[in-house]
Design a protein around this ligand. Structure first.
Ligand code: ZN
Length: 157
């Protein structure tokens, strides 16, 4: 497959997630909700996560609007998150960030799944923030869940 065919395949995948986002909506009882926006582009994302006592993500949804890159990225991200521990979710965020900063090795990592369709975005610095917005929300969400669980452990003595 040529490079051009591949990137048009990726383009289709991005548009497909944009038009039919996965896991879009509210969670009835989220553990954490994080709102993030990117004023440069007008992207807006609200990430809802349900996390169990073992710090495993049992459900991930989002609300939001904005460009196709921001919305496709968060849609693809929620697909990858279900069943992952917070540590695994952070590893995914790190890997995706490496890919956005041009790492070819990260761009080949199957752990990223459909998120690899966004690798071409790394060539457009102003759009990298769009692609990372959902992951920024994820990192903030993980930080809050960990802070809350650390606080409740120290309460329990
Ligand atoms: Zn954007």
């Amino acid at each position: 497959m040529t490079q051009i065919a591949l990137s048009s395949l990726y383009q289709q995948l991005i548009l497909e997630h944009y038009r039919k986002p996965r896991n879009k909506g509210r969670l009835p009882a989220p553990t954490v909700v994080v709102h993030m926006n990117n004023p440069v582009c007008g992207d807006d994302i609200q990430l809802h996560l349900a996390v169990d006592a073992e710090q495993r993500v049992t459900a991930a949804t989002f609300l939001g609007h904005g460009c196709s890159i921001s919305q496709a990225s968060v849609s693809m991200m929620t697909v990858r998150l279900k069943g992952k521990t917070l540590d695994e979710a952070m590893a995914l965020a790190d890997r995706f960030t490496e890919m956005m900063h041009g790492s070819r090795e990260a761009a080949r990592d199957r752990a990223l799944g459909e998120l690899r369709a966004l690798q071409g975005v790394s060539k457009f610095p102003v759009r990298i923030k769009c692609a990372l917005l959902g992951f920024d929300a994820l990192q903030e969400a993980a930080k809050r869940v960990r802070a809350a669980s650390a606080a409740s452990e120290s309460d329990g003595g």
